[in-house]
Ligand binder design. Structure first.
Ligand SMILES: C[S@@+](CC[C@H](N)C(=O)[O-])C[C@H]1O[C@@H](n2cnc3c(N)ncnc32)[C@H](O)[C@@H]1O
Length: 292
């Protein structure tokens, strides 16, 4: 799929969304209708490999996936609860159930747009149709995160939203499949869009290369690269590098959330995972404390 930046999004990334979709359901964070045959097969296929990677020192895939997923849930829910966010655009939502869960919990207090490449968006529509009709204010749309303008771009998706309300963009499990140049242009694009709103938040999972030096990690990344038939990128070594990049891209307020800091509110975070995965929280608007 070619976009306005001339970059072709590898279709091979999408099966990872079936895999994580299965993981969320397996751990009670989703609805059985969002589990696909592909997700189930991939889970069984990778089970021994994931176990082996864990035995050699890599973080267990389901543990760090759940950690990031639940921390993003927590920060988003707090922002909706307090009225700071009333609209969400989840880019690369895959088969995750966050949109469905947030709509169940917050009803018409939030407009939730789930966006993904057309094929995945269609799979999501079909899955949600099996659960029942979409709630009012819950939309599934096509997007290409790298598309600068026109149909399928973030600008087009955000066009109908209310500029006087807060909006959040979420990407989970997306950034590492793209080069730093691609991530940079996505972030610029996100910041430009968010700055049009009263309040603009961005949440994403983030991995620092300096945290991932342990044994077992490198084979795990190689395996993932082979599976998606493309390189898995670790873009930053330190939090300072992340902050500097975000500031240059239009996010003046940003911090990396350490899951360990939220352990009390996220019961059951596996011990020792705090060092592996972080959640990036960035804002385009001033007037709030950066700390959580
Ligand atoms: C690892 S999955 C993550 C899905 C979901 N966020 C989750 O955590 O379960 C990666 C997702 O990125 C989507 N994707 C890949 N390239 C994309 C692009 N250029 N624009 C939007 N989504 C993209 C895939 O279709 C897939 O759903």
């Amino acid at each position: 799929m070619e976009n306005t930046s001339g970059y072709r999004t590898p279709a091979s990334i999408s099966p990872t969304g079936h895999y994580t979709g299965y993981i969320w359901a397996r751990h009670g964070l989703s609805h059985p209708a969002l589990v696909t045959h592909t997700g189930r097969i991939l889970f069984q296929l990778f089970r021994p490999i994931v176990w082996l990677a864990g035995a050699t020192g890599a973080p267990r895939a389901d543990s760090f996936l759940l950690t990031r997923h639940r921390l993003i849930d927590l920060r988003l829910a707090e922002a909706i609860e307090s009225g700071r966010v009333a609209q969400v655009i989840e880019i690369a939502a895959g088969l995750a159930a966050r949109g469905w869960r947030m709509k169940q919990r917050f009803g018409d207090r939030v407009t939730y747009i789930e966006a993904d490449l057309p094929e995945m968006a269609q799979a999501k529509r079909e899955a949600l149709a099996r659960i029942g009709s979409l709630a009012a204010g819950h939309h599934i749309v096509d997007i290409d995160a790298l598309q600068e303008s026109g149909p399928g771009s973030l600008a087009a998706v955000a066009a109908g939203l209310d500029r006087r309300e807060g909006v959040a963009i979420i990407t989970e499990g997306l950034l590492n499949y793209f080069s730093l140049d691609n991530v940079r242009s996505m972030w610029r694009h996100f910041a430009r869009t968010l700055a049009e709103f009263e309040r603009g938040y961005y949440w994403a999972d983030l991995y620092l290369s300096s945290d991932l030096a342990g044994p077992g990690v490198s084979p795990f990344l190689k395996l993932l690269s082979a599976f998606v038939r493309g390189r898995v990128h670790l873009h930053f070594a330190t939090a300072d590098e992340v902050h500097a990049e975000l500031e240059a891209d239009g996010f003046p307020y940003a911090r990396l959330l350490e899951p360990g800091e939220f352990a009390e509110r996220l019961s059951g975070i596996p011990h020792g995972l705090a060092g592996y995965v972080k959640v990036l929280e960035a804002r385009t608007h001033a007037g709030e404390q950066t700390s959580g």
